[in-house]
Design a protein around this ligand. Sequence first.
Ligand SMILES: Cc1cc2nc3c(=O)[nH]c(=O)nc-3n(C[C@H](O)[C@H](O)[C@H](O)COP(=O)(O)OP(=O)(O)OC[C@H]3O[C@@H](n4cnc5c(N)ncnc54)[C@H](O)[C@@H]3O)c2cc1C
Length: 432
Amino acid sequence: MSTTWSNWAGNVHGRPAEVLRPRTAEELAEQVRVTAAAGHRIRPVGSGHSFTPVAAPEDVQLSLEHLTGVLAADRATGRVRVAAGTPLRDLNVALELLGLAMPNLGDIDAQTLAGALSTGTHGTGAALPGLTGAIAGLRLVSPDGTDRWIDRSDPELFGAARLGLGALGIITEFELACLPAYRLRAVERPDSLDAVLPRIQEHFDAHRHFEMYWFPGTRRVQTKANDLVADEVQEPLATWRRLLDDEFLSNVVFGAVNEVVATVPRLALPFNSVSARALSARSYTGPSHEVFCTPRRVRFVESEYAVPREAVADVITDLAAWVERRREPIPFPVEVRVAAPDDIWLSTGYERANAYVAVHQYRKGDHRAYFAAFEEIVAAHAGRPHWGKLHTLDAERLAELYPRHGDFVAVRDRLDPDRVLTNDYLGRVLGE
Ligand SMILES: Cc1cc2nc3c(=O)[nH]c(=O)nc-3n(C[C@H](O)[C@H](O)[C@H](O)COP(=O)(O)OP(=O)(O)OC[C@H]3O[C@@H](n4cnc5c(N)ncnc54)[C@H](O)[C@@H]3O)c2cc1C
């Protein structure tokens, strides 16, 4: 029976002919083999938090909702085996109970582990790669039903499969290299773009995690620096403050403002000025995952590119000049982060230290001119797009930006010669 599916942002829809929900990895391998042999295409899906149609089902959808949980853990080495469908928020709690933690996280925890890793989800931290950097091994089922364990002993498959866009096989399990649980102190403060941007490289290097939010149409920013703090230091955010800032102001008021701006776009710039001024400084400590992740209830669309980190000031300067010129209604801040290089073939961080610049627009707003101008600006700096966030690049351009793109496609040809694991988006970014 056909059913409907849409992603979190509501900009991608699909009507899968069937949804497979295997209960074990063995059942999954058999279902994949039989479905592929019958000539169907299969699209694995996580929690649908990608803005691109990377997870869009065009024939059979495969959900890993029953393949969840920690399967084994060695607290001494930090190695943990986790079922691929586990939501990050459940993983974080399970790791905390084991006295462990992910080395880094992004800003939400609603994604599944497989979904987050398959698109190269990252957080911020000059010495830390994206979340894929934590993968020590993975179990991959290819369309012919072959079930393999892949780790560093096979550099080719390990280079390709850690960030595979769901194009090489279905991942059923990961082995993660985790850290002993750690606590962070977050220091958030309003500042001016003119003070922070010229020194942003110093800020990146001075903290375990540093990010900056710039309010388009203003010269105001909010910075957030997270650093390790001793376990004894317990200075949590007061509940009223968390509810006021992270729920009421960031979600309830922000949602209402976006509704107004969607109707009267010219109010975006005055609102940005007011929101930027309304932000205040705060500092608190907490377990790492609680400091990294906050709830995001106001739905938006997003584009994000990685540029060489030394290019970030030029990108923001050019974007600010464009917003100034056009006076476009953009009620969302621009997010700036940083990450260390890695050796994963399709990673934005492949052999390059990057800064990430992310632009957002309310789901009812018009993002087209803004995102197009942004893409033009980052193109001048060999910007590599986040695979899960809106971009317009095709396989030809991506092959220029990702040096191992051709090698990835060769592995795809070997593991999925009949293109069982594809959809229109993958055809565009990898080739048919
Ligand atoms: C509010 C919000 C905040 C975000 N914050 C960040 C952030 O801080 N940093 C960042 O980098 N990104 C961020 N993202 C993007 C998000 O992390 C990625 O798009 C991620 O892929 C979403 O995970 P998912 O579980 O929803 O996967 P989906 O979007 O459902 O799927 C993503 C990909 O994974 C594949 N896949 C799923 N399961 C499997 C499997 N078992 N085997 C093989 N392939 C599989 C799918 O086929 C698809 O190609 C954010 C997105 C939103 C909506």
